[in-house]
Design a protein around this ligand. Structure first.
Ligand SMILES: [Zn+2]
Length: 235
């Protein structure tokens, strides 16, 4: 028996996993930037652990601040838009019914039905109907700056601790090839996170993993060369 009310097997991924995908991308940032910082400082002969700690704290704070500012300004815009809509509804209710009906006609409803839908939705909650269908602001999308800042901070931190840990292990146990240990460890984490991000976005896992891994290795190569050059010129 086939149950017609059961949910289809291919669920849409874009809404459910948006925040999780953002978290994985933030972790990728932390991983790549800290790994390249640590590799660069080691190549120049500096204290990689100290530089790594400073880089992790600075990077996580910068991500949180950037996210807070960006989401706050989005929240301000949404708030101002909703306030304007509230005034329009109070001052010109007939025009607002027609405005909403017009939107439903453009989406395919008939003249009569569009007015019925607009009137019934506005009788239920006029402001909600207009913010949703006219402004495109839904409850789930409403901007939360503090939450966005905190999740960016911790996502970056989660990615950044691995290369820092690798650098610390190198210093503590004096591994013979610190750059190789860090590069290999970072590449493994990048493949895992890149694959995860791709899977949640419904894209090819292999492509996602290879793409992010190549960029990470390229970043480490760039800072390693810069650090080496610095050591040659200054030292
Ligand atoms: Zn309106």
């Amino acid at each position: 028996m086939h149950d017609k009310t059961a949910a289809p097997e291919n669920q849409h991924l874009s809404h459910r996993t948006a925040w999780l995908r953002a978290a994985v991308l933030g972790a990728n940032d932390g991983l790549i930037s800290t790994a390249s910082l640590v590799v660069g400082v080691i190549s120049a002969g500096g204290d990689a652990v100290l530089a790594g700690i400073a880089g992790v704290v600075g990077g996580a704070m910068s991500m949180a601040a950037g996210e807070y500012v960006s989401v706050s300004s989005q929240a301000d815009t949404e708030k101002a838009d909703i306030e304007l809509e509230r005034q329009h509804l109070a001052n010109n209710p007939e025009y607002e019914v027609e405005e909403l009906a017009q939107i439903y006609r453009e989406r395919g409803l008939t003249q009569e039905l569009s007015h019925q839908v607009a009137e019934q939705l506005m009788a239920h909650d006029a402001l909600a109907a207009h913010t949703r269908d006219e402004l495109g602001i839904t409850d789930q999308l409403q901007a939360r700056p503090t939450l966005a800042a905190l999740s960016s901070f911790f996502a970056f931190l989660f990615g950044a601790v691995w290369p820092l840990l690798a650098a610390w292990l190198n210093v503590t146990f004096l591994f013979p090839h610190p750059l190789i240990t860090i590069a290999v460890g970072t590449a493994i984490m990048l493949i895992l996170l890149g694959g995860l991000a791709a899977k949640m976005g419904g894209a090819s896992v292999t492509h996602g993993a290879i793409r992010v891994c190549l960029w990470g290795l390229l970043a480490m190569l760039a800072t390693a060369l810069t650090g080496r050059l610095f050591a040659l010129v200054v030292g």
